[in-house]
Design a protein around this ligand. Structure first.
Ligand code: 5GP
Length: 253
């Protein structure tokens, strides 16, 4: 028995080398962080819920022809994904004002935006993921103009899909963050939605009551994060039947 190779450990996930070349195992941890990891806690069961919710969203995107890195869920905490080169941008889509845009532009939380607004942040924890423009992205070579056209189109398709799915279960999709990966196929590259889509990376509000069902519950100490994520999973009909006790990653040959 050999311990599998850890490729990267992030705040909420650990990546291990997958069983086939070009694959990666994404392990969802129970760690919750906010404010650039200044606030940290371990929330039992969060990883299981995010694994299942991300599978649900990524599979749904695949079904409508939006390419993602997702291959299959392996168990309660792990999924197999295609290995890709992550573009160093957080792509944020906003339908209603919340979070940083409120501070930046003096908007009242909840204000409906005139249209979905797409923003880009440079992925760098030490810098606090600063907002950047397409000028920075082009000048520093993080993505080409063609990539940017494709990223915008992917982001808006994800927004349409996610907004519809959430609306159907009485939840407003306020905003979300995605990451985009490059997959090389010989001389060609294509862009896919990568990382995860879960209540850790979205703002989700109950349509009727406005109750927050996302990571703001943790950021702002609004109650139980597991209860909020469980409610999202329950409404979407993807509640894990027997959520296991949180455990260590399994060992494989
Ligand atoms: P804001 O810019 O208002 O802080 O965040 C906008 C949206 O992107 C929110 O849904 C937030 O959860 C998500 N987001 C922004 N930065 C990060 C990040 O570093 N990690 C995760 N998981 N989500 C993020």
């Amino acid at each position: 028995m050999a311990r599998r190779k850890k490729i990267y450990e992030g705040k909420a996930k650990t990546l291990y080398e997958g069983p086939e070349p070009g694959t990666i195992v994404q392990y969802f941890k129970d760690d919750a962080t906010a404010f650039n990891a200044e606030k940290h806690d371990v929330i039992e069961g969060k990883g299981v819920l995010n694994n299942i919710l991300s599978e649900f969203f990524m599979q749904g995107l695949g079904q409508i022809g939006v390419p993602t890195h997702f291959l299959k869920r392996l168990n309660m905490r792990e999924q197999l994904v295609r290995s890709c080169e992550i573009i160093p941008l957080e792509v944020i889509v906003r339908n209603h004002a919340a979070g940083s845009i409120c501070k930046r532009l003096g908007l009242e939380e909840g204000t409906q935006l005139p249209r979905p607004i797409v923003e880009y942040c440079y992925k760098d924890d030490a810098l606090g993921d600063p907002l950047v423009t397409e000028e920075h992205i082009a000048a520093f070579g993080w993505a080409s103009q063609q990539d940017m056209d494709d990223i915008l189109s992917l982001a808006l398709r994800v927004n349409d899909f996610m907004s519809g799915v959430m609306l159907a279960v009485g939840i407003k999709l306020v905003d979300f963050k995605i990451e985009i990966g490059r997959i090389y196929d010989g001389d060609f590259q294509r862009l896919v939605v990568a990382d995860e889509i879960s209540p850790d990376s979205c703002r989700l509000w109950d349509l009727k009551t406005g109750q927050k069902l996302d990571k703001d519950v943790f950021r702002r100490d609004l109650g139980s994060l597991t209860d909020a994520y469980t409610e999202v999973a329950r409404r979407l009909g993807v509640m894990p039947n027997n959520p296991p006790a949180p455990g260590k990653p399994t060992l494989v040959n």
